[in-house]
Design a protein around this ligand. Structure first.
Ligand code: CDP
Length: 242
């Protein structure tokens, strides 16, 4: 007698197809994008590209060179003359991408409160966005990548195989940010953090060029009551199922 199948597991893409995937993860600050994107990339053996780190590096460079954060053209020029290099993180960086500008390591410096506050202003400048998007498009040409940011599914990788829009309430995101900054030795106020996050959301969502926006074909995941593992598992499943 033939056995009846009750729940048939979804068909899995073959490994060669998984290795070429383009995965876009967008969402507001503190939704857990970078942690999730890194773990998804590790699980599927893809390259993780932290695009926020590139805007942070440009912001750090502007400060270092004494360029006004109001002067978009000058910031874009400085960034175009600089080499921004990303390398995979490890335990000593809390898993965060290692970032170098002209061979100077700025992995920790770009995570400071100061840079976090300035970066959403700096990243509104079209001249800088054009440069960063062009560099990101070069990096993704061969596929096999997971990118996180604000404009990945809409501008950088509109042809991504999987688009995720990761979000959470402002309160939950502020709590998460508090923990991150405490780990770096900072002791910010929770309410101030929530305010800064709400302001950053507003600026990111309302800029003319590459605003934070859920792509029409993105799948939204609200992470308030989800662990990192649950989110990663959900995205990996979406990536490997046919
Ligand atoms: O980790 P968190 O979401 O706080 O920030 P991030 O991903 O490091 O990005 C920092 C800032 O860079 C964001 O607030 C955006 O203003 C900007 N950004 C952007 O404009 N476009 C991207 N693709 C990535 C980041």
């Amino acid at each position: 007698m033939q056995q009846m199948e009750t729940s048939k597991p979804a068909a899995r893409k073959d490994d060669a197809a998984v290795k070429l995937l383009k995965v876009a993860i967008d969402g507001p600050a503190g939704a857990g994008k970078s942690t999730v994107a890194q773990l998804v990339a590790k699980d599927l053996d893809l390259l993780y590209i932290d695009t926020g780190a590139m805007y942070r590096a440009a912001t750090w460079l502007a400060r270092k060179q004494g360029i006004s954060t109001e002067d978009g053209e000058a910031i874009a020029k400085a960034a175009s003359e600089a080499t921004i290099r990303l390398e995979p993180g490890d335990e000593s960086t809390n898993g965060r991408t290692r970032v170098y500008v002209n061979d100077e390591e700025i992995t920790h410096a770009i995570r400071s409160h100061e840079i976090s506050d300035l970066v959403s202003k700096v990243s509104t400048f079209s001249a800088l966005r054009k440069l960063m998007v062009a560099r990101q498009k070069e990096m993704i040409q061969r596929g096999g990548v997971v990118l996180d940011g604000r404009d990945i599914g809409t501008v950088v990788m509109p042809d991504a195989d999987i688009k995720i829009y990761l979000t959470a309430s402002v309160d939950v995101r502020a709590q998460r940010r508090l923990k991150d900054l405490q780990a770096l030795g900072e002791s910010p106020d929770l309410e101030d953090l929530a305010k800064a996050i709400a302001e950053r959301d507003h600026r990111d969502s309302n800029r003319a060029d590459g605003p934070l926006k859920q792509a029409d074909d993105a799948i939204a995941i609200i992470t308030d009551n989800m662990t990192i593992e649950q989110v990663v598992h959900a995205i990996v499943r979406l990536c490997v199922e046919q």
